[in-house]
Design a binder for this molecule. Structure first.
Ligand SMILES: *Cc1c(COP(=O)(O)O)cnc(C)c1O
Length: 418
């Protein structure tokens, strides 16, 4: 959880007051601080690259706004992409195909052909995908995703590395996969595993790396030398005030010392999404309604799970503050309900806040990862704007939708118009 500046009782992000942003761009609005993205990227890059050659593959499913991708392109980041749409977003933002790694799951032939056509290396997830790719080409960089049978994450729905999940080649079949790839004419370049999203401790990463090292050694004994290890697993962030950040220096030291002493691996890839982007962005949302039920006080806001689905989907905690009463003491306990007609549309439960009134602006923290990218038109609500702030300047980076645009792909058959 970031600390924000306070000027005239107001939360300030990127040198701009919250109320000024809402006055100019409306509510709700996603506000992203450019300097925070750059600082996060540099932190994680430096932690690992001072130990061994490192590539940061930003897992862009967290946030694919083109302006944000441009910032990361300028920083020298590479990309982990999971769909052809994400690949296109990155190519448009200036990433060359060799800086992108495609890690799909349940990949169709059409998507495989599209990825091959764009020259983007592929992390293969199954034997089926390997055989289907071989029918398209064997002259393509591949690596394999193994299921490491180690899982970690902030919620069961995002733990990917357990034995029973749909992801990766089962551990006991991974050597067979490389053997088959070589037989088919591929030269596999690396090995990948991903334990889950939002893990906050180093131990599961170490356990996974030990598994990867064993596989690398077994492959070396078969005459297959790999160039890179792709150490997947989202790195968690402290969403709650009392949580602390992952110790990246410790993580880097524990991982790289093992790889350097036990393998000939030349480069590691780290693929954070949330770590780079989550705390760069807040949602500013207006209080539109106040309601007292017999046992709860609600402040009604104009952002719901159509704008940020994490609380409803994963029971996630997002810190909130009254942006225009930022330094006032807490007085009452409120739950913040959104405009979506479902009981689960509560963005924050039982929070101590200053007295909240209609017209106040609430800031929802850490909304940069899986905020806009998981937003929806549910309840026929147009998607809000995204703006970028930096050193006192605000720039629009995505226009809001209009209600009219919600109908652009629908067709009413003429026989229903009679
Ligand atoms: C989602 C994902 C990540 C990133 O997860 P975060 O928790 O956002 O860091 C990394 N690698 C792969 C393969 C993913 O699917």
């Amino acid at each position: 959880m970031r600390k924000f500046e306070c000027v005239d009782h107001e939360l300030v992000i990127g040198g701009v007051k919250a109320t000024e942003i809402v006055q100019k761009y409306g509510s709700p609005v996603y506000v992203t601080d450019e300097n925070a993205i750059r600082a996060n990227y540099r932190n994680i890059y430096q932690a690992f690259s001072k130990k061994m050659p490192t590539r940061i593959n930003y897992a862009c499913k967290a946030n694919t706004n083109l302006a944000i991708l441009r910032i990361l392109e300028q920083e020298g980041s590479c990309i982990d992409a999971v769909s052809i749409g994400e690949i296109e977003a990155c190519l448009r933002s200036g990433f060359s195909p060799d800086r992108i790694l495609y890690t799909g799951v349940n990949v169709s032939d059409a998507e495989l052909r599209a990825v091959v056509a764009r020259g983007v290396p592929i992390n293969i997830d199954s034997f089926s995908e390997l055989e289907r790719l071989a029918k398209i080409t064997t002259d393509h960089q591949i690596s394999f995703r193994v299921n490491p049978e180690v899982g970690s994450g902030h919620h069961d729905k995002v733990i990917t590395g357990k034995r029973s999940t749909k992801f990766g080649i089962p551990k006991h079949q991974i050597l067979e996969a490389y053997k088959r790839a070589v037989e088919l004419g591929f030269k596999p370049a690396g090995l990948h595993a991903h334990i889950g999203s939002g893990g906050q401790t180093v131990e599961p990463f170490i356990e996974m790396v030990e598994t990867l090292i064993t596989i690398v050694q077994e492959l070396a004994a078969m005459g297959i030398e790999l160039n890179f290890l792709d150490i997947g697993g989202g790195i968690g962030i402290p969403y709650r005030p009392e949580e602390s950040a992952m110790d990246l220096d410790k993580m880097a030291a524990e991982i790289t010392s093992r790889i350097k002493s036990k393998t000939k691996i030349k480069e590691i890839i780290i693929e954070p999404g949330r770590y780079i982007i989550a705390d760069s962005t807040i949602i500013l949302t207006k209080v539109v309604d106040i309601k007292e039920t017999p046992d709860k006080k609600y402040a009604g806001i104009d952002a719901g799970f159509n704008t940020l689905i994490r609380p409803a989907m994963y029971d996630s905690y997002h810190h909130v503050a009254v942006a225009n009463k930022f330094d006032l003491p807490a007085e009452e306990v409120y739950s913040l309900g959104g405009p979506i007609c479902e009981t689960g549309d509560v963005m924050a439960k039982d929070r101590e806040l200053p007295k909240v009134e209609e017209g106040d602006i609430i800031a929802i923290y850490d909304a940069g990862a899986y905020g806009f990218t998981m937003s929806s038109n549910y309840n026929m609500r147009p998607l809000p704007r995204e703006v970028l702030v930096k050193d006192g300047e605000i720039t629009l980076i995505r226009e809001s939708e209009t209600v009219e645009e919600l109908f652009r792909h629908q067709r009413i058959p003429s026989r229903l118009m009679l």
